[in-house]
Design a protein around this ligand. Structure first.
Ligand code: ADP
Ligand code: ADP
Length: 223
């Protein structure tokens, strides 16, 4: 689904990402885990097309995506701060990516309804994001991704703003959606427990490079 070949990014003298190769299989849940400044967001933003690589190639779904604009890469993104549009209702926020794609109105209504059912938030369709809890807002930002069937979802510390209880609830929710929809997930966190709970495979990053990778039970964590 995703192949990175010698992908690298420098900012002046700072090697945010050293030459990196990585493959992610269709339907896999892969987590980038590492301390602050280790290059996780840079890697994610390169795949998303929000950052231009200094070297290397990105292949998504068999297509060279290295120079494609973000909206042509067939992916969705979820951020820590939700990035919902405050002046739009929940329904309008989820509908927005479909309107951009110029789908017929009736189809938009149906798809948004299905996405709302999936995250069990049909009853707040007419509310504004600020009237909802952090967990609800994050589910809505997930729904806004899912609604246009992206092959890949990128999540950068999506639960970072939530308290412990909500975070654990949302981990289960994201796992459930992953299992039900079979979407490929690339997830960023600095929380080891979260990575262990959620991932098929953990990619440990440090100093702009991949230090180790493997299934949660095969990794060696330094104490
Ligand atoms: P992480 O997501 O693991 O915290 P980042 O990918 O954000 O790490 O950052 C990796 C390194 O690249 C850090 O040293 C960071 O300061 C640097 N960096 C990231 N973005 C920029 C930028 N826009 N300009 C300069 N340096 C940056
Ligand atoms: P308003 O004019 O109602 O204050 P904004 O200035 O927030 O709205 O947005 C202007 C236009 O850009 C609107 O059509 C809105 O839907 C769109 N827009 C705003 N934020 C985003 C975003 N994050 N991604 C895509 N489009 C956006």
């Amino acid at each position: 689904m995703v192949e990175l070949h010698g992908l690298a990014k420098s900012y002046g003298d700072v090697h945010a990402l050293q030459q990196t190769d990585l493959s992610i299989a269709k339907g896999e849940f892969v987590t980038l885990l590492g301390p602050s400044g280790s290059g996780k967001s840079t890697l994610l933003n390169l795949i998303a097309g929000m950052v231009k690589p200094s070297a290397g190639r990105i292949v998504i779904n068999g297509r060279d995506a290295t120079t494609l604009p973000t909206n042509q890469r067939g992916l969705g993104m979820v951020f820590q701060n939700y990035a919902l549009m405050p002046h739009m209702s929940v329904f309008e926020n989820i509908a927005f990516p479909l309107q951009v794609r110029r789908l017929p109105k009736a189809e938009i209504r149906l798809k948004v309804q299905q996405a709302l059912d999936l995250i069990q938030l049909g009853h707040v369709a007419d509310r504004r994001p600020r009237e909802l809890s952090g967990g609800q807002q994050q589910r809505i930002s997930l729904a806004r991704c899912i609604v246009y069937n992206p092959a890949l979802i990128l999540m950068d510390e999506p639960l970072g703003a939530l308290d412990k209880k909500l975070r654990e609830q949302m981990q289960l929710e994201i796992k459930r959606l992953h299992a039900e929809l079979g979407i490929t997930m690339l997830y960023v966190t600095h929380d080891q427990d979260e990575a262990l709970t959620m991932s098929d495979r953990i990619v440990l990053m440090n100093g702009g490079r991949i230090e180790q990778q493997g299934t949660p039970d095969s990794l060696y964590f330094k104490p």
